[in-house]
Design a protein around this ligand. Structure first.
Ligand SMILES: NC(=O)c1ccc[n+]([C@@H]2O[C@H](COP(=O)([O-])OP(=O)(O)OC[C@H]3O[C@@H](n4cnc5c(N)ncnc54)[C@H](O)[C@@H]3O)[C@@H](O)[C@H]2O)c1
Length: 468
C-alpha cells in the first residue's frame, strides 16, 4: 500500500534545521496569513450552515505546562506516514512533547507497518472501516492526522471534530457537493469548539509564497486581471492494478482511479494551485466552463480523466485559467501565474512590475519544509490558543476543483451554488452517513464521464454505470 508517488510530493523546499526562535516567528506569520484568507473567504459563504450540535470543550494544550501533544494518524500510506514524521520533527522544533499514540488504516498490514515505525503498541493499532472511530476514542488524544483517500475525509473530519480533536488533514477534503456540505458544517463546529485545523495545502505555510502573495495583496502588480494555474505532469499517475477479493477492496487499493475516492486529478492534485489562486483573490470562483478527456488511460480500470482545461470566473470578474494533466508529454509545469494592471507575478517567488526591476524571494537557510512548517503552525496555535482554522478555505478550494470538473464532465457551464447544493453523491450512501458501517463487497463503477452523457445536475442525474 505504501507506494510513494513522487508526483504528489510536490514541495521543492528541503527540510533544514529549525531553531526555536524561527519557529515562533514563522508561526505567527503563517497564522496571520491563514487567518486573513479564511476571513476573506468567510464573507462570501452565504450558505453557511447553522450547527446546532452540542459544543464540548476544545482540546487546548497549556503552553506553560507544556502538556504533550498526543497524535493519531488515520490512513498510513505515503502521506500519512510522512505527515507522522513531519509532526514529530515539528513538535521537537516547538519544544513540545509530541507523540504518535495510535494508528488506524483500513488494511491491517499498513496499520502494523506504521505501528512499527512510530512505536505504537498493538492495542492502539486499528484496522477496518471503523478503525478511525477506535483510534479517535483513545484516551488523551488531542491531534488527529487525516490522510486517507479524499472520499473518506469529510466523514472522518466530522468524527474528529465531534470528538473534540485538533486536526491536520490532507487535501482535498471531499469529492462532491454532499461531501463539501459535511465539511462546511464540521468546519463551523470546529470554530465553535475553538479547535485548531490545518490543511495539507502546504503552500500556505511556505515562506516564498507567503512573502510574494503579501506583496501582491499590497498592490505590487496593481489590480489582478487574470490568474493561471498548472498541474501539468509529464507522465501518467500510478495505477496499482486490480487487487482484492471484492470490487470495494479493488477500488480502495487503487483509489486514484475512482471518482468517489479520489475526485479525479483536478481535485486530487490541482487543488494545490487552485488554492493558491483563491488565496490571492481572497475568494472562490462563482462559475466554471471546461473541457478534458481520458486520453492515455485506455485499457486500464477506472473512471477518471487524465487532463482538464477550465476557465473560472470570480465574483469580481477576475478570470482563472486552470490546466492539469497526467499524460506523457515533453513539457510539464506545476506552477501559478498572476497578471495585474501594473505587472505580473509567479506567486511562489517572483514579481515583475511593468517597466521595473524584478523582485525575487531568495530562499534562506532558515526556511524549512512547508510539510513540517504546517505542523509547527498547528502545534503553535494549539499551545498558544491562537487562531488557525483552514477547514473552510480548503473546502472552498476543493469545491472550486469539483465545480471545474463537473463543468468539463458535463460540457455545460456550472455555477457555485448548483455544485454546492447538488444532491448526486459519487460514493455509497454510508460514506456520508456512517463510513464505519461500510463493508467489503460490491461497489458501483461508472463509465468514464462523457460530455452530454454525464451531467449530475440533471434530474434525474446522468452518470451511467459501467456494464458489469
Ligand atoms: N499535500 C501534499 O503534497 C500531498 C502529497 C501526497 C498525498 N497527499 C494526500 O494524502 C492523501 C493520501 O495520499 P497517499 O499518497 O498517502 O495515498 P496512499 O494510497 O499511499 O495512502 C492512503 C492510505 O489510506 C488507507 N485508507 C484507505 N481508506 C481508508 C479508510 N477508510 N480508513 C483508514 N485508512 C484508509 C490506505 O490503506 C492507505 O494506507 C490524499 O488525499 C492525497 O491527496 C497530499
Amino acid at each position: 500500500m505504501n507506494i510513494k508517488d513522487p508526483m504528489q510530493d510536490d514541495s521543492n523546499n528541503s527540510s533544514s534545521a529549525i531553531s526555536r526562535r524561527h519557529f515562533l516567528k514563522s508561526s505567527t506569520i503563517a497564522a496571520s496569513a491563514a487567518g486573513t484568507g479564511f476571513l476573506a473567504g468567510c464573507a462570501r459563504n452565504k450558505k453557511a450552515v447553522a450547527v446546532a450540535a452540542a459544543v464540548t470543550a476544545p482540546a487546548v494544550v497549556n503552553a506553560q505546562a507544556k502538556q504533550p501533544i498526543n497524535a493519531v494518524i488515520i490512513g498510513l500510506g505515503g502521506r500519512g506516514s510522512g505527515a507522522g514524521r513531519d509532526f514529530t520533527e515539528a513538535a521537537k522544533a516547538a519544544g513540545v512533547e509530541g507523540k504518535i499514540v495510535g494508528v488506524a488504516d483500513i488494511f491491517p498490514e499498513a496499520a502494523r507497518k506504521a505501528a512499527e515505525t512510530f512505536g505504537v503498541p498493538a492495542d492502539k493499532t486499528f484496522s477496518g472501516f471503523d478503525a478511525y472511530q477506535k483510534v479517535l476514542a483513545l484516551p488523551g488524544v488531542n491531534y488527529a492526522i487525516l490522510a486517507t483517500p479524499p472520499g473518506f475525509r469529510a466523514s472522518h473530519f466530522k468524527a474528529a471534530i465531534e470528538a473534540g480533536k485538533n486536526v491536520f488533514m490532507e487535501k482535498p477534503v471531499a469529492v462532491d457537493g454532499p461531501g463539501c456540505r459535511i465539511m462546511y458544517e464540521a468546519a463551523e463546529l470546529s470554530k465553535q469548539k475553538g479547535l485548531k485545523v490545518a490543511a495539507g495545502t502546504q503552500r500556505r505555510h511556505q515562506a516564498g509564497y507567503q512573502e510574494t502573495i503579501k506583496r501582491i495583496k499590497d498592490g505590487a502588480i496593481g489590480d489582478i486581471v487574470t490568474l493561471r494555474a498548472y498541474w501539468v505532469n509529464g507522465g501518467p499517475i500510478w495505477h496499482r492494478g486490480d487487487h482484492g477479493e471484492t470490487e470495494m477492496e479493488r477500488q480502495i487499493r487503487n483509489w486514484y482511479h475512482y471518482i468517489w475516492l479520489c475526485g479525479d486529478h483536478i481535485c486530487e492534485q490541482h487543488v494545490h494551485n487552485i488554492d493558491v489562486c483563491n488565496w490571492i483573490v481572497g475568494d472562490h470562483p462563482v462559475k466554471a466552463w471546461g473541457m478534458g478527456a481520458r486520453q492515455q488511460l485506455n485499457g486500464k480500470s477506472g473512471e477518471i480523466w487524465d487532463n482538464f482545461a477550465i476557465e473560472y470566473e470570480y465574483a469580481n470578474g477576475v478570470r482563472l485559467y486552470s490546466y492539469c494533466g497526467q499524460i506523457k508529454r515533453e513539457w510539464s509545469s506545476v506552477s501559478e501565474g498572476v497578471q495585474g494592471t501594473k505587472g505580473s507575478a509567479d506567486p511562489s517567488s517572483r514579481i515583475q512590475p511593468k517597466g521595473g526591476e524584478m523582485w525575487r524571494y531568495r530562499k534562506q537557510d532558515k526556511d524549512i519544509s512547508p510539510y513540517v512548517q504546517e505542523h509547527i503552525d498547528l502545534i503553535n496555535a494549539i499551545t498558544n490558543n491562537t487562531e488557525l482554522n483552514e477547514a473552510k478555505q480548503v473546502t472552498d478550494s476543493t469545491l472550486t476543483a469539483i465545480m471545474g470538473r463537473e463543468a468539463a464532465y458535463s460540457g455545460a457551464g456550472v455555477d457555485w451554488d448548483t455544485v454546492l447544493n447538488s444532491t448526486f453523491a459519487y460514493g455509497p450512501e454510508l460514506l456520508y452517513k456512517d463510513p464505519a458501517s461500510m463493508q467489503w463487497g460490491p461497489s458501483r463503477v461508472l463509465q468514464p464521464p462523457m460530455p452530454s452523457e454525464h451531467n449530475i445536475f440533471k434530474n434525474p442525474p446522468m452518470a451511467p454505470a459501467a456494464k458489469a
